[in-house]
Design a protein around this ligand. Sequence first.
Ligand code: GAL
Length: 404
Amino acid sequence: MRKKVLSFLFAATMVMGLATGCGSSNTPASEGSDSGSDAAVTEAADAGEDAGDDAAATDSSSADGEVQVGIILPTKDEPRWLQDQKQFETVLGDAGFSNQVLFSQGSSSTEKTNVETLISKGIKVLIICPQDGAAAAAAVQEARDAGVKVISYDRLITGTDAVDYYVTFDSKAVGAAQGQYLIDNAPEGSDIPLYLFAGAATDNNAFIFFEGAWSVLQPKIADGTFKIANSTEAEALKDKAELSREEIGKIIGQITTDWDFNVAKSKAEANLTAVGSDMKGDVLVLAPNDGTARSIADVFASDKDVSSYVVTGQDSEKASVQYIIDGKQSMTVFKDTRTLAQDSVAMAVDILDGKEPATDSTYNNESIDVPAKQTAIIVVTKDNVKEALIDSGYYEASEFTGLE
Ligand code: GAL
């Protein structure tokens, strides 16, 4: 078989002024990232204005300068978070609110400064996706001390009781869907090479994704159908169906991508250099998200001894959707950011109205059980990409080429 991905047929510092008649006055973007990246603020004041310009930094506070809800996202460098930004802008724009989203650009210290700035602006609710779940505890404690309600967005903030709510996708289902896809699309035989990659160890989700994937992959590893190619820690634990957080941490220590495309690429290259030919041929790759999947896929595609690969992903990033259409990435997981943004804004509105927001589950964050609202995920392959992502209005068909 020619080299191709096996894609079988079944296959802010800122603010949102939730006040009506929000005024707009320009303020500088928060800076001071210790990673050297600028904190970026984008603006889409009121419905109809284009979202997504890079440079603008506008304070969309209410006429009296007070802002009620602040949103902070981790980085602008991953398309995933630009999707969330767009949805927040749409949801609030549709509701007649002007809005802004601030990015922490991979820096917990910028994130903390952002939180402090928002507190000083008088926010009542903070919606925050932490860069580093544990490091963000100190920042949200400051918010709690200032009487601000905290909604942890997508990623859980850990080791603190200063998180009031959590709005998230079903992350265990994400990992399980990735693992199941590999099983359903594996070549025949035994000792099929399995390459494992994970997200950042500072992200609680990375643990949950891996836990979900392991829950379905482990029996296939234990019975010799799959053979782990790149993790001695995972290999040593292959007979254990359920892993402790510490055990998962050890595995992630070896296979982390840090959610970074370049780390993913060099790790994949190093892995392929280190293995013998028995670990090449038709292979399976657990890639934790789309950005890392594309880097890893490119590395596997260019190795002449890899004849085919099946590679997972998640986020339905536009570039990965094109990879799927082109047969270069096998699947992605659609996490509908419209729902997540809507749910968290609805929660914020309830809080502002003095109502108790609806939740449907809890997540333990190593300190408390945080009341949570969880959203289901959808597996996307070449077969249902149009139905899941175009017909649902998430993307336009014109954004892709070769779509059938
Ligand atoms: C996770 C998130 C994923 C992915 C990843 C990298 O926390 O749930 O969707 O984007 O971070 O940013």
